[in-house]
Design a protein around this ligand. Sequence first.
Ligand SMILES: C[S@@+](CC[C@H](N)C(=O)[O-])C[C@H]1O[C@@H](n2cnc3c(N)ncnc32)[C@H](O)[C@@H]1O
Length: 242
Amino acid sequence: MKYYQGHEQVYQRLEQAGKTQWADRAGGQGVEVECGNLRRSLEELFAHVAFAGPDLDALDLGCGTGPISHELAKRGFATLGLDVSAIAVKIAQRLAAEAGLARAAFATGDIVDYPDRSRRFDLVVDAACLHCIVFDGDRAAALANIRGLLKPEGRFLVNTKTSLGMPDPGPNFVLDETGILWVRTPRRICEQSKEIDGGWLMPQRRALSPDALRAELAAAGFAVDTSWTTGSGLFGAICRRA
Ligand SMILES: C[S@@+](CC[C@H](N)C(=O)[O-])C[C@H]1O[C@@H](n2cnc3c(N)ncnc32)[C@H](O)[C@@H]1O
C-alpha cells in the first residue's frame, strides 16, 4: 500500500458509523473545517473567473464522498470526482444519486499515476488532496498529470495546508524539517513507513510555506493568477497552464 491509500480505513470507519463526510470523522468535531475552507475557495474562484459555456467539465481531486462535486454540479459543471479510496467513491456515488446529480460521476484512481487523457477539464479542484501527497517525486507526478488534464484555458484551484497552519503536532506525530508530517504507528503500515525508536512512522501530510508552494507550482508549469492564505493556514491559488 502507498502511504496516501491509508484514507480507506478512515472511510470504512465513517461508513460503519453511518457518517458521510471526511469532515465528520472526528465524531462531529471539526465538521466543515476542510469542506468549509474549500467552499470559500470556490467562492474566491468564481469571483475571479467567469466560466462560460454549456459543456463545462470539472475534476474534483481527492473527492472523498463528494461534497465539492455537489457544489460544482450546482454551478452547472459536469463533474468527475477522483479518489484513491474505493469506499469513498462508493459513498459519493450513492449520495449523488440520492441528490439527483446525474452529471456527477466518480471513479477510483490515483492522481500520482493517472495516464487517462480521454477527458480534459475546464477546472481541476485540489479538494485537500495535494497535501496528502508528501514526497517531491509524487507531487511532481501529480502536478504534471493535473496540468495534462487541463484544457488550454482551464484553471487549477489549489487548496492545501501550509507550514503556517501546523500547530504543535503533539506526541503522536513528527514534523520533519522538509514539512512532512509523520504519524507514529505500532507497526509498519505502508511501503514508505520508516522505523524509529522501536516503532514506526508513516508519512501523512506535506505542509510547505506559501513561497515554496508558489515555486513548486511554477516548476510544474503553472502560472499563479492569484493566491491567498486563510487564518487556519490553508493556501489557496488559482492557476493556469503557464
Ligand atoms: C482531506 S481528504 C478530503 C476529502 C474531500 N475532498 C472532502 O473535502 O471531504 C483528502 C482525500 O484525498 C484522497 N487522496 C489522497 N491521495 C490521493 C491520490 N494520490 N489520488 C487521488 N485521491 C487521493 C484521499 O483518499 C482523501 O479522500
